[in-house]
Structure formats: C-alpha cells, structure tokens
Design a protein around this ligand. Structure first.
Ligand code: PMP
Length: 433
C-alpha cells in the first residue's frame, strides 16, 4: 500500500492533468485482450487501449517487427524514404479504391487531420471547415477547431471559419417525428442553410467520422454520407473522412466509408493502423496531391515516414487480410450486439444500443420513454465494471446520456465477449439494486 500511495502522490504532483480523472488502477501488464493491475487482477480490455490495439496487446508478430526494426532500422532523417514506407503505401493502396493512394505517414490522429485540412485548404483555395457538433478530430489548433465535442474553451479564438452541422443523432434529434421516423435530410439541409449564410465564400472541406465515437458512438443514417458528398460537390468542397477509429476492419468493413458507398477525397487513418503504436496516414487522391505539390505544399515532421512504425503498419495490413479480421469483426460484432441487446431487455436504463461491427455503444437513460440522460448512473456502472475486471469507457456530452463505448481488439475470443457481457450484467444489477 505504501508503494501505491507513493505512486499516486508522484502522479498527482508531477503530471499535467488532462482534464478528466485518472482511472483508479495501476496497470502493469497487457497481453491479448487483457491487462493486469499491480495486485495481479485481470481486467478485460473492451476499449483496445485508446481504441487503438486492433490486434490485442503484445501480438507476437508485431513484437517481432518492432524488435527487428528497433535493432536494425528505427528512425532516420525524415527525407529518406525506406522500404517500409513503400510497403505500407502499396499495402494500403491495394485495400483502397483506385486513385485514392497518395500517402503521408505521420504519428497521431491530430497530425493526420492537420495535414488533411491543409491539403484541402491549399487544393480548394478556401479556408472554411465544416464538421459535426459531436465531432472529435484532435487536440491541435487546426484539428481542435474542427472538434466540437470537447476541449474548445480557454485558448482564445479558434481558427476563423470553422462551422458546425448538427450531428445526425437519431436517438435524440429534434427532427424525429412523433411516429419515430427521423428526417435527417431536412436536418442536414437546415444545417447547410445556416452555414451558407455564415460562409464568406471560402468553404474548403467537410471533415467527418463515419461513426462518431467520442461524441457517443453515433452511426450515420443510411444515405447521409452520400448526401454530404453531394453537398460538398455542389460547393466545390473536399470530403475528408476521419477513420482513426473505424479504419482497418473495426466496423466489419475494411474502411467504414465502404458501408456508406462513398469515396472520400482525403482519408485519415491513425489509432488502428499502428495497432497501438503511434502511426497515422493521410491519404489523398492523385489529383489533390499533384495540385498541392504544384502550389508549394510543405508538410514535414520529425517522425514523417518513420521506418519502424511503417513496418508495423504494413504488418497490421497483412494480418488483418490474412486472418480475415474484417469478417471476424462482423461476426463477433453480432455476438456483442446480441449480448448488449439482451442486457437492454433486462435493464430499461439502456435506452439505445448502436454501432457496427466491434464498435458498439449503449446509451444510459433514467427512463426509456423520457430519455433523461443517466450520466451518473453510467459512471457508477463503468466504475463497477473496472473494479470487477472490465475496462470500458463512458462518454458524457451535454444533452446526451452517458454512452458506453465498447471497441475490443478484433482478436477478442467469443468467450471473452461473453465474459465481458457477464461482468456488465453484474455491474448493472449491482447499480440498480
Ligand atoms: N480522430 C478521431 C476520430 C479520434 O477518435 C481521435 C482520437 N480520439 C483523433 C482523431 C485524434 O487522434 P490523436 O489523439 O492520436 O491525435
């Protein structure tokens, strides 16, 4: 206990607090879908770390790639292209639609979106950026200005020309009719009407997550992204799809945009691409790359094209394809959804179950009819889950209920899914007694 007290004292005194509270656990080891705390307790990881550990923790082939490249080719001058850069670019372009194949490899999601926004601005000559009201695209100034879910206040003016569209939130939207149908098209037209009134005529791009994660696992209504693309085309804007979380098979498609039948002009990948290591990719069309290059596009970072993480990314692509993890995400996602829907039948405080593949959310309400958000209830249930061996995450945004985000590694076993659902079941039972 003394050691633990010293640990937390040092954490309290020496770390910059991020704005939320630290999880009340000291994790010492992570392997597969599980972590172990300093007392040796096992905790199932239902969030893939920070929604990143696509292949579970310590995947033996990733360990091998890391140790091999660490020993032989870790990091070199950023202007030097290496085989892993080219391998990863080829691997991604074999998975992507023709023409969407110009890659820049960076470290984090924020960085990939900064790069995407700059490409869009330079390509169109505009600077105005449109994103959804529950969006999360990063914490840096450009990506942060397009992030409307958290972290906007206290830093002076945001970048000029960042506009917001209402998130298409079927469960709570005011555009729901009394018969339950959801008129998302009118909602979207209304949003664009407001934007067209504010724009100075310099609209550059829309940036959007195909499933809004931090904003509460909100899936887009069928046809929504297609409609968004046509809004972009009409206005000469570029469509950026941010697949930090949804990319690489997570939702039961290799990329979530495939499900929507829409091809982005710029795609960003991060989190899942490095399967837990800091790797991101900004991918654009040949046309955007060549126009921006001609106009003097310059974007260069310390870890640009780092061989070690690019080799990891290439291995992730190989494993996802070889082990049919896209199909597995679809199959296991159905098991997970079934388990969550069974919980919903038992606990009416689960107002909504939504998501796709191994990316699911459940929204906690105090009453399923009035839909009063059950934020505190959600927090206490997730804390109980953690105490009893399951790590999941609850996001709470203004005007929404607390929503559990469940996104385990694609390598999770069927038994581990059942185990996690059983822990949730017991935690709901405990909280509602
Ligand atoms: N885009 C999305 C959709 C994300 O979920 C996140 C991270 N939560 C980011 C971008 C930012 O990524 P990073 O934290 O790696 O900068």
């Amino acid at each position: 206990q003394e050691e633990k007290n010293a640990f937390w004292k040092a954490a309290d005194n020496k770390l910059i607090r991020y704005g939320g509270s630290w999880a009340n656990v000291i994790v010492e080891r992570a392997q597969g879908t599980a972590m172990w705390d300093s007392d040796g307790n096992k905790i199932l990881d239902f969030t893939s770390g920070q929604m990143s550990s696509l292949l579970g923790h310590g995947h033996p082939e990733i360990v091998q790639v890391v140790s091999n490249y660490m020993a032989n080719l870790d990091h070199i001058f950023s202007a030097m292209v290496t085989k892993p850069n080219v391998d990863l670019a080829l691997a991604l372009s074999s998975l992507l639609p023709p023409g969407l194949d110009r890659c820049m490899f960076l470290s984090t999601g924020s960085e990939t979106n900064e790069c995407a926004l700059k490409l869009a601005k330079m390509y169109t000559g505009g600077h105005e950026v449109v994103s959804l009201s529950a969006s999360y695209h990063g914490m840096t100034h450009g990506a942060g200005a397009a992030t409307f879910s958290v972290g906007r206040k206290g830093y002076g003016p945001q970048l000029p020309g960042n506009f917001v569209l209402p998130v298409p939130y079927a469960y709570r939207s005011p555009f729901r009719h009394p018969d339950g149908s959801y008129d998302w098209k009118s909602e979207l037209d209304y949003g664009w009407d407001l934007i067209d009134r504010q724009s100075t005529g310099a609209l550059a791009c829309v940036i959007i997550e195909p499933i809004i994660s931090t904003g509460g696992i909100i899936t887009l209504p069928p046809g929504y992204l297609k409609e968004m693309k046509s809004h972009c085309e009409r206005r000469g804007m570029v469509l950026i799809i941010d697949e930090a979380q949804t990319g690489m098979g997570r939702t039961g498609d290799m990329f979530a945009f495939e499900h929507e039948g829409v091809i982005p002009d710029i795609l960003t990948l991060s989190k899942t691409l490095g399967a837990g290591l800091p790797l991101g990719a900004t991918i654009c069309t040949q046309e955007i790359e060549s126009v921006c290059h001609e106009k003097g596009f310059f974007y260069y970072t310390t870890h640009l094209n780092d061989p070690l993480v690019c080799a990891v990314g290439a291995k992730v692509c190989e494993i996802v394809v070889r082990d049919n993890l896209v199909g597995e995400a679809k199959r296991k996602g159905k098991l997970l959804e079934e388990g969550l829907k069974n919980l919903q039948k038992k606990y009416p405080c689960i107002g909504d179950v939504r998501g796709r593949g191994l990316m699911m959310g459940i929204e906690i309400v105090l009453d399923p009819i009035t839909k009063i958000p059950g934020d505190e209830l959600g927090t206490s249930i997730s804390a109980r889950c953690m105490e009893t061996g399951l790590s999941c995450n609850v996001v709470q945004l203004k005007g929404m209920g607390g929503t559990f985000r469940i996104a385990p590694p694609l390598t999770i076993t069927d038994e581990e899914i059942s185990e996690g659902i059983a822990i949730m079941d017991a935690a709901f039972d405990w909280a509602l007694k």
